[in-house]
Design a protein around this ligand. Structure first.
Ligand SMILES: Cc1ncc(COP(=O)(O)O)c(C=O)c1O
Length: 379
């Protein structure tokens, strides 16, 4: 058997990782400004994380959701305190798409309605309803296409006013669009979603799968706009690489036995990973660090010739170039051994490093970025 060939691959195999660095079989060292696609939050193989998971594996790794798992309670408690959503409930699952699928389902259960509003350039995952509300026709199989998904222009308040009525179950939006090229919803747009959802009894879902967990310098990106959502989905940075995801659920939703469920969600190992991540975010003050390092990088990008626009908060940064970024990213990887991210906008590089990125590592990257970009512009 061979693997189903759905991913375009770099011909590199990291076999070891630490902090913001990766090593391949030949001992070559790579700087990770991509965080394995915004997943690495507290740095590769953080000692507290490795110890927590190893200790847990030596005790009990898994049992089903039919028994008490006090690690789930500890995780929910720590997440509530750190995120400021202490009075919300937590449903644990395994991936970002699954978190969004469950949030959309909850919204439909709660309202008895079917229609969902989402926005252009959004990405919410690849399961049936998550992909139906994603702006990506090539990812949608015929079975995913549904009249229940309504796609509106991003940040367009007039279009939202026109479309949101008593038939809408939910509005789903990313805290900051990731795949779309780090596009930020305006505060006024988020407040409009909030007020219209309240007016028409629809559910406001914030997808913080990529922009959450401290990446933006606040626990959630939407907290920069001081709005509260009814449901918030999390994944990626939540487990620093261990598959774990969740839905934060407002007290207005009533849990009914059997309405949601999963075999693996909230298992002992996943919770140990999730708790370790929250411990490190708190103990190492990573929200503040992410904000400071993000500002440092963004100010530096703005001074570089060839950079058209810099978008983001904290360590989720979109650097839009005046030229397509594929050659720049390839040169960074080939000549300087630095991983960066792409986006659906061909000119925008995504920077998504671990939240404890050191200044000296950021400087190595900035120096290489400067050199690659100036060399390419001179050609
Ligand atoms: C904003 C957002 N939502 C959902 C997802 C889907 O997450 P997963 O790949 O874990 O299913 C992603 C993944 O990139 C994402 O960026």
């Amino acid at each position: 058997m061979k693997n189903f060939d759905v991913y375009p691959l770099f011909n590199i195999e990291p076999v070891k990782a630490q902090g913001a660095w990766l090593w391949d079989k030949e001992g070559n060292k790579y700087l990770d400004l991509y965080g394995g696609h915004a997943v690495i939050s507290i740095g590769h193989t953080h000692p507290h994380y490795v110890k927590k998971i190893t200790d847990q594996l030596n005790k009990i790794g898994f049992y089903s959701n039919s028994i008490l798992i006090s690690l789930q309670t500890e995780l929910a408690d720590k997440l509530g305190k750190l995120s400021g959503y202490n009075n919300y409930d937590l449903f644990l699952c395994n991936s970002g798409a699954e978190a969004n699928e469950n949030a959309l389902k909850l919204a439909s259960f709660h309202t008895g309605r079917k229609k969902i509003i989402s926005f252009t350039k959004s990405f919410h995952g690849r399961t049936s309803l998550a992909v139906a509300v994603t702006d990506g026709a090539s990812m949608q199989a015929p079975v995913n296409k549904t009249d229940n998904a309504i796609m509106l222009p991003f940040n367009d308040e007039a279009a939202l006013e026109k479309a949101l009525d008593h038939e809408i179950a939910a509005v789903i939006i990313e805290g900051m669009q990731g795949v779309g090229g780090v596009k930020i919803p305006t505060t006024s747009f988020l407040k409009k979603i909030k007020s219209l959802c309240e007016k028409f009894g629809a559910v406001f879902i914030m997808d913080e799968v990529q922009s959450g967990y401290g990446r933006s310098g606040k626990f959630f990106a939407h907290q920069h706009s001081d709005v509260k959502a009814d449901l918030i989905t999390v994944a990626k940075g939540m487990g620093n690489g261990f598959p774990i995801a969740g839905v934060l659920i407002s007290p207005k939703f009533k849990a009914v036995h059997g309405m949601l469920g999963t075999t693996f969600g909230g298992n002992h190992l996943a919770c140990a990973a999730g708790i370790a991540v929250l411990d490190v975010i708190k103990d190492e003050n990573l929200l503040k660090h992410s904000e400071e390092m993000g500002n440092y990088l963004m100010n530096a990008f703005k001074k570089i010739a060839g950079v058209k626009e810099v978008r983001g908060y904290g360590l989720m940064i979109g650097v839009e170039l005046e030229i397509p970024c594929a050659d720049i990213r390839n040169a960074l990887l080939k000549d300087y051994k630095i991983f960066t991210g792409s986006s659906s906008d061909k000119n925008t590089i995504r920077i998504l490093p671990a939240l404890n990125l050191k200044k000296e590592d950021a400087d190595i990257f900035l120096d290489a970025f400067n050199k690659v970009l100036s060399k390419t512009l001179v050609k």
